[in-house]
Design a protein around this ligand. Sequence first.
Ligand code: NI
Ligand code: MN
Length: 227
Amino acid sequence: MPIDITWLGHGCWLIAADEHRILLDPFLDDSPTAPIAAADVEATCILVSHGHFDHIADAAKVFQRTRAVVCSNFEICQWLGAHHGVDNAEPMNLGGEITLPFGRLALTVAHHSSQLPDGSDGGNPGGFLITIDGRRLYFACDTALFSDMALHRGVDLAVLPIGDRFTMGPDAALAAVKLIEPKFVLPAHYNTWPPIEQDAEAWAKRVIEETDAIPTVLAPGESFTLG
Ligand code: NI
Ligand code: MN
């Protein structure tokens, strides 16, 4: 079963496999680089890695239209339920895994922060390890580099931030590729605004030169297919 992974700009991704549509960190209507509006995106499952606006902005809006199950940490699920009417959620916490219609979902460690847009405590930030049909996809989401990324060694796909300032930059993301040794790698969380502008093609060249991973630089709206 092919898995299509579409970059919707910034940290937002749509993972499509069979009838499943996994929307990760929906930030569309206020994103300068999103190729699609929140009103038009498909979703059967919505993942939210942490509480920052550039990851949670359109989660409730897409939920209200699609009724897609929302998966996030306990605090964010509580907040979405209490303030935004999200009554179909799968609360998780770091290190936990659940089974969903598409496969398995793990909430993984990320080193970052997670305050919600209204100042509420958004719990601990996370990343996601998604297992579909035997393929493992690791979305680091917003995080610093940390050596335990090696626990995800050998995943089929790693998606890593390269924007710097708020997350790993190109050097740290290259070190992450060396720890994770993914088959394929995609950069994210860059070129949304001037403070996180990066040369992704230059980074991909370094990945090719220094690792065995195969990088692909997507433009917002473009897809990578895991065959
Ligand atoms: Ni963040
Ligand atoms: Mn972010």
